[in-house]
Ligand binder design. Structure first.
Ligand code: ZN
Length: 359
């Protein structure tokens, strides 16, 4: 079994499993690895150089991470740190081309409760830090956590925010909206929380679906997750990864790499910590379908032409075209048999694949 596996592990320097897990995910994120490989070797201030050499080694053998820990300024290799924190640190030290694989944009919007004035600001991110909830009486999924993250928050009482228009503090509604969905969406489940002057680990279960939908109707597929087992001080990190050109999953546990048996589509997890979802390109179901971009460009034109047709034919007809699930659908208010035939022959042919959606 072992000799069939073409992936290699990373040696643990003491307690560096938190870093090994992240490095394996970054290595297996093809867009990131290729960007690092393209970075010129004289960019000495970037960590791309050390990552590039590590990645070359990882293609052939179980590898060491000393150059990387040195570059990251990690001196105490026997101390365990937060995987999420080091993911962020690595991204802050790589070339923009490499980090942009994970880069998305949020719009941060505030609305003043006093004068209704609003402010909007773009906030770039490399990952979303999602709240965990007590899910003992209800299933709490990754999508619920995203919804929770994006929902309106009210800042009242002592938390009121200052309004430039009113020139005083007021109740304020704050909302985040996803403006640009990144190629790879990294979700950090807030398992390490600060409570009573120290950090504790939150082991609430989360339903991790391997396919998720985020606003506005973007599908993502899970390809890697970093898990944390045990307690805050004495825990252990591993990574599970599904390589881009393979069907199966592999577990990366420091220097050991094993193939995983079952194909899951969902799991209830108390250990999932960092989730890596790859953006799924909008599906085209054959030549009869059109993607959103196409529709956006054509929608106004098409609408106009078809209303013209109603006038020319002289029928007392009302019909609408609407966009739903990225496809055009027809909605009638009135109809005649002859018109329907004529209409179908003249105009509906390109959309035959969706004609059953008349309603
Ligand atoms: Zn105001």
């Amino acid at each position: 079994m072992k000799q069939d596996i073409k992936y290699y592990g990373l040696r643990n320097q003491g307690a560096t499993c938190y870093l090994n897990s992240i490095l394996q995910v970054l290595f297996m994120t093809k867009e990131f690895r290729e960007a690092v490989e393209r970075c010129p070797i004289d960019h000495k201030d970037r960590i791309d150089v050390q990552l590039h050499s590590l990645f070359e080694s990882l293609k052939e053998r179980t590898s060491e991470t000393r150059d990387v820990t040195r570059k990251l300024g990690i001196e105490r290799v026997y101390e365990q740190y937060d995987s999420g924190q080091y993911f962020e640190k690595i991204l802050s030290m790589v070339s923009d081309e490499a980090s942009k694989v994970f880069k998305g944009n949020l719009t941060h919007r505030t609305v003043c409760g006093g004068c209704s004035a609003h402010t909007e600001e773009d906030v770039p991110f490399w990952y979303l830090s999602l709240p965990l909830m007590d899910s003992s009486d209800k299933n709490y999924s990754v999508e619920d956590a995203i919804e929770e993250f994006l929902k309106d928050s009210e800042f009242n009482g002592d938390d009121q925010l200052y309004c430039d228009e009113c020139e005083e503090k007021h109740d304020t509604t704050v909302k985040y909206k996803l403006k640009h969905n990144p190629e790879v969406l990294m979700l950090l489940l807030k398992r390490f929380v600060y409570q009573r002057r120290s950090y504790i680990k939150d082991s609430h279960a989360v339903d991790v679906y391997y396919t998720i939908n985020v606003p506005e109707n973007q599908t993502y597929e899970l390809y890697a997750l970093v898990e944390h087992f045990g307690t805050l001080k004495g825990g252990h990190y591993t990574a599970r990864i599904k390589p881009q050109d393979e069907e199966g999953w592999f577990e990366f546990n420091d220097s050991s790499v094993t193939m995983m048996s079952q194909q899951e589509t969902f799991e209830r997890s108390q250990s999932a910590y960092l989730l890596f979802y790859r953006k799924k390109s909008k599906k085209k179901t054959g030549f009869l379908s059109f993607n959103t971009g196409f529709i956006s460009r054509w929608f106004s034109k098409v609408n106009f032409l078809w209303f013209s047709f109603v006038i020319v034919s002289g029928c007392a007809l009302v019909f609408l075209i609407k966009r739903r699930n990225n496809f055009l659908h027809f909605v009638y208010a009135s109809d005649t048999v002859s018109f329907r035939l004529y209409f179908n022959r003249l105009f509906a042919f390109p959309f035959l694949g969706h004609l059953p959606h008349f309603n």
